[in-house]
Design a binder for this molecule. Structure first.
Ligand code: ADQ
Length: 464
């Protein structure tokens, strides 16, 4: 690529996946996941370049234009995929940053690979960025990029946003490379977190582990460079989701889906990437017990759980998949519905329109992660559900709980508490549910993905 851009997003994955269509030709399709859902509309609106991996190891692909912006593919070898991505990113950092809900593994070769790949991303970003450009680095896979990029290109404005939680000092300090990661992040002019707790954990760590001077949210990194840490809760394209849910195709799909589920009186819905942070085991157990105890009647109520396949070669994820299959099978064999199971479990990804159809027909949306940076599914449900008659059951450990205070908040580790909240959400008087949903809708309509991007990029502009 010879042209450079004045706005560059750098993320582990590109927003598109390569697919082979029926004619055997290569096509590109929007890839799933929270980061892409959030940033794709920002990119479509602003234009520029997106630097990221294209999803096929050991392959080099040329850049191309997509939806009005440039795609800059960064190659990864199979070994790097294992060590940098599956290893350090997803078996070290991911569990460590999510309160160690699974055991983080520390391997020196994984770290070496993480550093090498981060350098490759930094070089690609430096090549893609015009003089004085704004470069926005995304997420835990690329925490060394800000410092590396600043060394290569001191003229750039560098922002970093962490989509997952930033852990407390005691947990982060387990990391053998804690100092390097902190220095990596401090290369940015602005580091954004989902919630204020993330920013304060980061500032506390910088204070504890480096000798830098900190004034309120600003770290003096060296002579003329400062790094600011603040919270910017991410959101969704609320109007886009609401319009999609109101389209005739989605309305028809929603009705067909309801029919397929046997026209139950009540539908409970869970939608997640299949990830141990999402609290699926606990959720399914709680709902299973409600069926077993007769509090939910399987002839009237269906629990539809959709889980997108995710990180399928990582051991923890294989175990989780087996556990969920077993759990759902056991409950369904004990409590039969009429001609259909009490729990309808689908291990698959769906187009956004199908997601909107599901959100439309869900009377109770169940979002109960053990820990989650934000959780966009909760916000998507609120945007898509057509009446104010729905109910959101939400974990207090999701970043979204700080904004969506009118949800039925639960501690997902407390099975009895979760069961009580689920029953309350399912049986509360219509008036109560409506009052809560109206407040939730107002929140997601006010604080949208555009606001998030404007707030972050506006601050970055003002700071550097
Ligand atoms: P994720 O952990 O991926 O995101 P989340 O925020 O809920 O979690 O986003 C998931 C996205 O994937 C949603 O847009 C949802 O619609 C989509 N999705 C889920 N299941 C799907 C399916 N079966 N088929 C199709 N699409 C599906 C990470 C962090 C979050 C943070 C986001 C954004 O872990 O805490 O909210 O990034 O910052």
């Amino acid at each position: 690529m010879t042209e450079t851009a004045s706005f560059v997003v750098v993320a582990n994955r590109l927003p598109v996946d390569r697919v082979t269509n029926e004619g055997g030709q290569t096509d590109w399709r929007t890839s799933p996941g929270g980061l892409v859902t959030a940033l794709e509309p920002v990119m479509r609106q602003r234009g520029g370049a997106w630097v990221g991996w294209h999803g096929a190891p050991d392959e080099i692909i040329d850049g191309f234009e997509h939806d009005g912006y440039s795609i800059v593919p960064v190659p990864l070898s199979s070994e790097e995929y294992e060590e940098y991505y599956e290893g350090f990113s997803n078996a070290t950092l991911w569990p460590l940053y999510h309160d160690t809900v699974a055991f983080p593994e520390f391997h020196r070769e994984w770290w070496d690979s993480y550093r090498a790949v981060n350098r490759r991303f930094a070089v690609a970003a430096a090549e893609a960025a015009a003089e004085g450009a704004t470069v926005w680095v995304q997420d835990y896979q690329l925490q060394l990029v800000p410092q590396m990029l600043r060394e290569l290109r001191p003229d750039l404005k560098i922002g970093f946003f962490l989509h997952i939680p930033f852990p407390p000092v005691e947990i982060f300090s387990q990391l053998p490379w804690r100092r390097e990661i902190l220095e990596g992040l401090l290369g940015a002019d602005l580091v954004g977190f989902q919630v204020p707790g993330g920013a304060s954990n980061f500032l506390r760590l910088v204070r504890t582990r480096t000798n830098r001077k900190i004034e309120r949210d600003t770290v003096r990194v060296d002579g003329n460079h400062t790094c600011v840490a603040r919270a910017y809760p991410i959101s969704i394209d609320t109007q886009g989701f609401a319009d999609l849910a109101e389209s005739p195709e989605v309305i028809a799909e929603a009705e067909a889906l309801r029919e397929e589920l046997g026209n139950p009186k009540q539908i409970l819905l869970g939608v997640d990437r299949l990830d141990y942070t999402k609290g699926l085991r606990q959720r399914i157990r709680a709902i299973g017990e409600l069926f077993q105890e007769g509090k939910l009647d399987p002839s009237e109520t269906v629990f539809l759980q959709v889980a997108t396949p995710s990180r399928e070669r990582v051991e923890e994820y294989k175990r989780l998949r087996d556990d969920i299959d077993l759990l759902v099978g056991r409950i369904n064999s004990e409590v039969g519905g009429v001609g259909r199971p009490a729990i309808v479990y689908r291990h698959a990804g769906y187009p956004r329109s199908t997601m909107a159809a599901m959100y439309r027909i869900a009377d109770v949306m169940v979002v109960t992660p053990l820990r989650d940076g934000m959780n966009l599914v909760a916000k998507e449900y609120v945007a898509c559900h057509p009446s104010t008659n729905g109910a959101l059951v939400l974990s207090e450990f999701a970043g979204a709980a700080l904004e969506l205070k009118q949800a039925y908040l639960v501690n997902p580790y407390d099975l009895n508490g979760m069961k009580a909240a689920l029953m309350q959400a399912a049986t509360d008087p219509v008036r109560t549910r409506q009052r809560r949903m109206r407040a939730l809708k107002k929140q997601v309509e006010t604080y949208t993905i555009d606001r998030w991007a404007e707030d972050f990029l506006g601050d970055l502009d003002a700071l550097s």
